[in-house]
Design a protein around this ligand. Structure first.
Ligand SMILES: Nc1ncnc2c1ncn2[C@@H]1O[C@H](COP(=O)(O)OP(=O)(O)OP(=O)(O)O)[C@@H](O)[C@H]1O
Ligand SMILES: [Mg+2]
Length: 510
């Protein structure tokens, strides 16, 4: 039957394969201006549910005849905003076993005993539809919130970039001036913290819109652990905790997204430090079992009660008994850790004997590649080499003048010959004139953006040999791909860590 309103989401799916109930109910509801779709069998019901539904209307006999399973499946798969209203016309008198099961499994269920008065049926379906409309409004608000988070994160990134580069310049100008160093360190710490919060917000937005893709590679277990510990070191030191790290002595290679894995472990480790209020010992262990790597982070801190153990992995959730908000977090870290772990095919769970009894977080991942071969990734030398890229010509392009000027000064302080351009046109002209070795260019610029500028630069004589690095506030895969297609060799997300950029150039230029 055609849907009068044209919207699948507000239609009534009627499933009553035996007798005349379906026909009668549809006639009554259609007459009252509510669009109905009648389903002939359980598989049609299942398919129609997936297309969109406002209310399900069925009868007690149909539940036993195959409707319960698809409905229960649909109910259990619902997103958090959805609570599909289901109306069941029942027999008079005693409850059946089928009804008991339906009450248990179908959630938002209304039972109407037959014979049902027409007005009762119409008003029940109408109020169910109103409730469903509210759910759609919640979904819409949720979507807007995600969009808002994404653009907020993006906007916050831009001012962070020049602050961070200014700090790096101050560090070079006054490497050891008492007073300046202290102030600089405070700003640096806070900017790092802010950057992390912004990154978390962007991750939430990407995850909820399904835009996170893992970038898996071979990585040494030892490198993952030491990086996670390194990230948390300032926090561990300022709270005077000791950390006991242990992992198998033999080299172990994992196949994982190093950024996401380290991020997950670092959050759990940071939590262990944050929620252990007095200086104490935290244990960070990894072991290999049946091809899985099992990480355990155990603290003797404030612990978690049963209720919190179930909820803390939800987005923006903090345990009532912990001073989470006082600690400056958003309640995002664990939900990100859980999503990233699941994307790797793993599991994460928390254990605690109760409040004040410490906690243990266990991450199990089926990502071990090789537990015996040579640990090449951990062999990377981190000694400071003489930076061979000196005397290279760099062109910095950014319409944010503060950002461009700061990067200009940083490159200059490191011995590069630097030129700056403030938009795409100027960049193309400057490349013709100075033939740089490296171009570091913003993508979003008024007039000619970075994509177009790089395309034109690549077409110029000698343009193919320039090392082109894109610089943007957006770190998602689609931007990376667009940047690569346009002709960039590499893509960096703002605020750029200048030391990391330098390291990258060092490797790229040889
Ligand atoms: N080791 C722990 N001991 C006790 N409570 C913990 C521990 N780890 C997490 N929690 C509880 O779980 C909540 C959620 O942790 P989660 O890491 O998601 O958020 P957060 O630390 O508050 O903020 P952030 O988003 O910065 O990580 C915390 O607020 C805290 O209440
Ligand atoms: Mg946390």
């Amino acid at each position: 039957m055609a849907n009068k309103s044209g919207s699948l989401e507000t239609r009534i799916l009627v499933y009553a394969p035996i007798g005349k109930d379906a026909q009668l109910a549809s006639k009554i509801l259609d007459g009252a201006g509510m669009a109905c779709t009648a389903c002939r069998d359980a598989s049609e019901l299942s398919a129609e549910l997936d297309k969109g539904v406002g209310v399900v209307l069925t009868v007690e006999e149909a539940l036993a005849a195959g409707a319960l399973a698809p409905l229960a499946q649909f109910v259990s798969r619902q997103p958090t905003w959805s609570d599909i209203p289901i109306v069941v016309l029942t027999h008079t008198g005693a409850d059946s076993a089928g009804l008991d099961a339906a009450v248990e499994r179908l959630g938002n269920l209304t039972l109407l005993e037959r014979p049902v008065r027409t007005t009762t049926l119409i008003s029940t379906i109408r109020s169910s539809l109103r409730a469903r409309t509210r759910q759609y409004q919640v979904r819409e608000a949720d979507r807007r919130k995600d969009e808002f988070l994404a653009s907020l994160g993006h906007e916050l990134r831009n001012p962070l970039a020049p602050i961070r580069t200014s700090m790096a310049i101050l560090k070079r100008m006054y490497p050891a001036a008492y007073g300046v160093t202290q102030v600089r360190e405070v700003v640096e710490r806070q900017v790092t913290h802010l950057t992390r919060l912004v990154d978390d917000l962007l991750d939430v937005a990407r995850i909820t819109s399904g835009k996170v893709e893992l970038q898996c590679e071979r990585i040494a277990l030892s490198a993952v652990i030491s990086h996670a510990v390194e990230i948390c070191m300032p926090l561990l030191e300022s709270s005077h905790h000791k950390i006991d790290v242990s992992y198998p002595p033999e080299p172990i290679l994992l196949h994982a997204d190093p950024v996401r894995l380290v991020q997950s472990l670092a959050n759990i480790l940071a939590n262990a430090a944050k929620y252990t209020l007095k200086p104490d010992r935290i244990f960070f262990k990894a072991r290999i079992e049946n091809g899985n790597v099992i990480f355990s982070i155990k603290d003797p801190g404030i612990g978690l009660n049963q209720d919190s153990l179930l909820r803390i992995f939800d987005m923006f959730t903090q345990s009532d008994s912990t001073p989470g908000r006082v600690m400056g977090g958003l309640g995002i870290g664990l939900s990100l850790a859980k999503r990233f772990t699941e994307m790797h095919g793993g599991t994460i769970h928390a254990k605690s004997a109760g409040l004040c009894q410490g906690s243990e977080f266990v991450l199990t991942l089926p990502i071990v590649v090789d537990a015996l071969s040579t640990d090449s990734a951990s062999r990377h030398s981190i000694e400071n080499e003489i930076f061979r890229a000196r005397n290279r010509q760099v062109l910095v392009v950014d319409d944010n003048r503060d950002g461009a000027d700061m990067l200009h000064r940083l490159f200059e302080a490191d011995g590069f010959t630097v030129t700056t351009a403030y938009d795409g046109h100027e960049a193309v002209e400057t490349v013709k004139r100075i033939q740089p070795d490296i171009v570091v260019m913003d993508i979003g610029m008024p007039g000619m953006d970075g994509y177009e500028a790089v395309r034109l630069i690549r077409l110029q004589p000698g343009g193919a040999d320039i090392l082109m690095i894109a610089l943007t506030g957006w770190g998602q895969e689609s931007t990376r791909q667009l940047a690569a297609e346009a002709g960039f060799d590499h893509h960096l997300v703002k605020p750029v860590d200048f030391d990391a950029l330098k390291n990258f150039l060092e490797n790229a230029l040889g």
